[in-house]
Design a protein. Structure first.
Length: 117
């Protein structure tokens, strides 16, 4: 996949003058958008209540499952860095996700986490 991406960039670079200067700002905008969307989710929930850390995750699929399970239990939660990690999946070892819940729901979330192991 990486080789195909490199080959595609080489072809585009040869065909479109100025492509290399346009590609970096586009990637930066995507990266910034992912960070902003994650920050908005966290801010939306943290304005209502104080958030507590439950778990650090490095797998987006597990994060989605835990998110859905907490939602089914009626516990609001946010997975900080979730959108960023979904967009840049290959950066998993560098950027961990944090499962955050309101302080009042921490015990319920911690119990669900131990049940899933």
């Amino acid at each position: 996949m990486i080789a195909a991406g490199d080959a595609g960039l080489t072809v585009l670079h040869g065909r479109f003058v100025g492509f290399e200067s346009a590609a970096l700002p586009t990637a930066s905008k995507i990266l910034l958008s992912a960070f902003v969307l994650d920050a908005v989710d966290t801010a939306r929930l943290s304005t209502k209540t104080r958030l507590e850390w439950v778990l650090t995750l490095d797998n987006v699929h597990l994060a989605e499952l835990l998110w859905a399970r907490l939602d089914a239990e009626g516990v609001e939660c946010v997975v900080f860095s979730f959108r960023f990690r979904r967009m840049f999946y290959f950066l998993g070892p560098l950027f961990k996700m944090s499962l955050l819940v309101p302080a009042a729901d921490w015990e319920c979330a911690a119990q669900l986490d131990t049940d899933s192991k």
